[in-house]
Every structure is written in structure tokens, then in C-alpha cells.
Design a protein around this ligand. Structure first.
Ligand code: ZN
Length: 82
């Protein structure tokens, strides 16, 4: 008999905690077992991990100086047209 330790919904609920390591060891073990058998959750895990890394190391905001100023003034102009 194959027993599924956690279902996909539980995995989605815990995935950010999992990536941050803020999770009980037994839950982590159950999720790792689930990732081995569920391609869908593995894809979600990979996608979430990329987002976490981008935000976590600050690279998402590492834009050339002046870029954000131009962006903001463009937005201002755009919004001002309302
Ligand atoms: Zn799953």
C-alpha cells in the first residue's frame, strides 16, 4: 500500500516556510518525500525558489543608477495624464 504523506495543498501552504527553513523537521521530510513523487509540486518549488533568491539577495532591485528615476518620472507623467 502506498501512503501519500502529504497532499499538494499542504505542500503549497508550507512551501514558503520550507524555503525559509522555518518548518518542523518531520514536515520537511514529508514534503521532500512528496517532491520525489509529484512533478507538479517540484515545479512549484523550483519557481518559488527562484523568486525567493531574487528577492533575498537584492538582485531584483539592483538596477542601474538613474533607471528607477526615469521609470518613476515616466510613471508620474503617465499617471498625471489621467
Ligand atoms: Zn504535489
Amino acid at each position: 500500500m502506498v501512503k501519500i504523506p502529504v497532499d499538494c495543498l499542504q505542500v503549497f501552504r508550507e512551501i514558503s516556510n520550507y524555503l525559509e527553513g522555518d518548518i518542523a523537521p518531520e514536515v520537511r521530510a514529508k514534503m521532500e518525500a512528496h517532491f520525489k513523487v509529484c512533478a507538479h509540486c517540484t515545479a512549484v518549488l523550483d519557481g518559488s525558489r527562484n523568486v525567493v533568491q531574487l528577492v533575498g539577495d537584492g538582485k531584483a532591485f539592483d538596477v542601474p543608477h538613474g533607471f528607477s528615476q526615469r521609470l518613476y518620472s515616466k510613471l508620474d507623467t503617465h499617471l498625471g495624464k489621467k
